[in-house]
Design a protein around this ligand. Structure first.
Ligand code: MN
Ligand code: MN
Length: 460
């Protein structure tokens, strides 16, 4: 089987569409670096497209019918969008689901200290990272500090041209003879990922005077006390905007493309489908990088509860209808795959790898050590999808995440498959996955949106 390079198939019109979509994608990446920032932007775009808050419908006892567009928000960290189709909802929905959390460093609850004349914020990393990649880079801090009276202070420092940035220091090469002998996992260790946030002492204090100065600045800027860190969620992320990569500008380099490349294209597809046959649903969830846990992760009952609320406002409610709706649904678990990297060719089976520029990637299964933990999509379902993709001229490829026994990974696919629905992993090939700066092909962004749109509209 030969893979097709998507770039070779494009007309001028395609290129124009591709550039428009990717410009908007870069803006999304630059503006939305946390799950909360993504949620806010998703709601803004959904409302602009005529979606209304499901909570409002519930409170007003509004009847939901075909043609209605609804969104439901879970704790400002995940969102579900529904475009109610013509067919009865118990016949199933077409669902696409991505995650909006990305690997990063979370500020601890008691984080601020002074050492060696500098003030630091202590962090605990979130998700799977190569720790050494996060040192000696400009970093930004995004998040919220919630005060005891409930006031929520939003923080975003390090993104504007005249903002200060932050940094985790690395050891100079001159003194690194011991460090360079360590294994990659130990070059920089978890407790060394503390961020430098200040260096000027407060003139009239003696002890911890640099820390005191930082606290004074935080008091002035945000009206917060040191204790308020206890109820804060501050995320340290790479500072800077998404950029085009290469002389030909064919790729995008940015923080957080796992999985915002699929979140963005999923949202785009959901908003681009009008009057669907089957109800379309777009899930944009939190906590995938740490196992889809917690109230805002895919394993919570939020999605099931939301579907129940919708059915309750559509017709006479029964649990059986909810179960039938979920069982009869089709889903694309929209998450990224490992792009083939010739510099590390040994971890890929080149026949079953995803290549940047060869279109959207389908993975029948993920997992590791003999498909363990994977959702193995059914052949019948894959055949049906192939048909829809070919009818819509979508350039697609199939891939596994690396060689058998090289490692592995998972997505939210297995969680939705528990309802008995058909699910397959489908997303974008990424280079540098989980590094501060990840890379994708613009052509793949374009093909992926086309794929999701065709799936939502035509899977029946
Ligand atoms: Mn992912
Ligand atoms: Mn990931």
């Amino acid at each position: 089987m030969n893979n097709k390079n998507a770039w070779k198939t494009y007309t001028e019109e395609d290129i124009n569409g591709l550039e428009r979509l990717n410009a908007s994608y870069r803006k999304f990446l630059s503006d939305c670096k946390t799950e909360r920032e993504c949620t806010k932007e998703i709601i803004r775009r959904a409302e602009e497209a005529g979606y209304i808050d499901l909570d409002t419908c519930i409170n007003e006892g509004k009847t939901i019918k075909s043609g209605d567009k609804l969104y439901a928000v879970n704790m400002n960290k995940s969102v579900a969008l529904f475009n109610i189709g013509k067919r009865p909802i118990s016949e199933g929905m077409n669902i696409i689901g991505a995650h909006i959390d990305s690997p990063r460093l979370d500020v601890k609850q008691n984080p601020l200290y002074e050492e060696g004349g500098m003030a630091y914020l202590d962090t605990h990393y979130y998700g799977g990272i190569k720790k050494y990649q996060w040192a000696a880079l400009p970093l930004a801090i995004h998040g919220v500090i919630v005060k005891k009276d409930g006031t929520c202070v939003e923080v975003c420092v390090g993104e504007e041209d005249d903002d200060p940035v932050f940094c985790i220091t690395d050891l100079l090469i001159h003194l690194s003879s011991k460090q360079m002998e360590k294994t990659g996992a130990k070059v920089i260790e978890g407790e060394q990922l503390d961020v430098v946030v200040g260096s000027i002492p407060l003139s009239d204090s003696e002890k911890n005077c640099v820390k005191e100065n930082v606290l004074n600045i935080l008091k002035k800027e945000y009206d917060i006390e040191e204790e308020d860190f206890v109820s804060a969620e501050l995320e340290v992320v790479p500072a800077g905007k998404a950029r085009e990569l290469g002389f030909d500008r064919g790729m995008i380099m940015s923080y957080g493309q796992d999985d915002r490349v699929c979140a963005f294209t999923s949202l785009e597809a959901q908003l681009n489908v009008e009057n669907p046959e089957r109800t379309t649903c777009c899930l944009l969830v939190d906590k995938e990088e740490i196992g889809s846990v917690g109230a805002t992760g895919m394993r919570s009952h939020f999605f099931e509860n939301t579907v129940s609320e919708i059915i309750n406002l559509m017709e006479e409610y029964s649990e059986l209808k909810v179960r039938r709706c979920l069982k009869n649904s089709y889903m694309l678990s929209t998450d990224v795959n490992a792009g083939y990297d010739p510099m590390f060719a040994e971890v890929f089976d080149s026949k079953n790898a995803s290549y940047c520029g060869n279109g959207v990637v389908f993975s029948k299964y993920t997992g590791s050590r003999g498909k363990s933990g994977s959702n193995d999509a059914n052949a019948e379902y894959i055949a049906k999808i192939r048909n829809v993709m070919d009818n819509n001229n979508v350039v697609y490829q199939t891939a596994e995440l690396g060689k058998v026994d090289a490692g592995g990974g998972g997505t939210i696919a297995y969680i939705l498959s528990l309802y008995g629905m058909e699910v397959i992993d489908c997303g974008v090939a990424v280079l540098n996955m989980h590094a501060p700066w990840e890379i994708v092909s613009k052509a793949d962004v374009y093909e992926t949106e086309k794929c999701y749109r065709a799936f939502l509209r035509e899977m029946i």
